[in-house]
Design a binder for this molecule. Sequence first.
Ligand SMILES: NC(=O)c1ccc[n+]([C@@H]2O[C@H](COP(=O)([O-])OP(=O)(O)OC[C@H]3O[C@@H](n4cnc5c(N)ncnc54)[C@H](O)[C@@H]3O)[C@@H](O)[C@H]2O)c1
Length: 258
Amino acid sequence: MRLKGKVAIVTGGAQGIGRAYCLRFAQEGAAVGIADLRIEQAKAVESEITKAGGKALAVHADVSNEESADAMAKQVFDRFGRVDILINNAAIYYDMDSRDQSIAYLRKMIDVNLIGIIICGRAVCPIMKDQGGGSIINISSGAAYVLPQQVKFKANNFSTYHYGLTKSGVIYLTKMMAVTGGPYNIRVNAIAPGVTMSEATKKVVSPQIIEGLRNVAVLGKSLEPWDLTGTALYLASEDSAMVTGQTIPVDAGMVMLG
Ligand SMILES: NC(=O)c1ccc[n+]([C@@H]2O[C@H](COP(=O)([O-])OP(=O)(O)OC[C@H]3O[C@@H](n4cnc5c(N)ncnc54)[C@H](O)[C@@H]3O)[C@@H](O)[C@H]2O)c1
């Protein structure tokens, strides 16, 4: 068990890839805080973990709200006594309305997908500092890199571009957080997943684009949520003790082709 005795918070852990991070980390011995707006689904993940003998706590949280994020960190700390790992996975993705091209909606996406990472990072950092360190894993996306593909597929919708804008910001933000966290032994890295067959992808991305992205990946495949958990485990564990500020594409070899 590579995370025995560790405590993790996974935002957006109630479904999709976030749920997979929760299940994998619990299997590896971590106690897991499942933080999400979808509290009933988060509770279902909690009971899945506890029935299998693991430790988990579902927490209602809005990552874009400072009070809510502080309460999330406090609830997990009060229950399990520490916070070693934060996966900033929550984003507007399943709920993305690609028809909404308003500035208000762009602001909302930036609030959740980008500023939410700063807010949750700030919520856990005092705890990590007191403990002598921690690992924060931000979730970017292949969408931070693949604008030319979208143009090629004529997916001419601005919300998808807005999503990519927030996810490319995550790459910069990860370096910035790594610099500020470094003196406290808080490592900050990111994963940029390629197209992953979560319910969200099936809802948001057209089969034509999924097929096109699969074809341009050198391994010729899309990912399943579990495929991302090994890299998250590596970044959460001591195996990556000297790695910080990095974004690792886990995408079957898509973005390396440019
Ligand atoms: N699925 C893919 O192909 C893919 C590819 C690249 C990156 N990603 C990223 O991976 C992550 C997970 O993707 P997914 O496919 O599981 O998506 P998803 O939309 O199913 O999961 C996101 C979760 O975040 C939660 N959430 C949204 N807003 C929130 C808020 N304000 N506060 C708290 N929770 C909130 C949702 O309720 C949901 O449970 C996201 O960051 C997504 O952008 C996904």
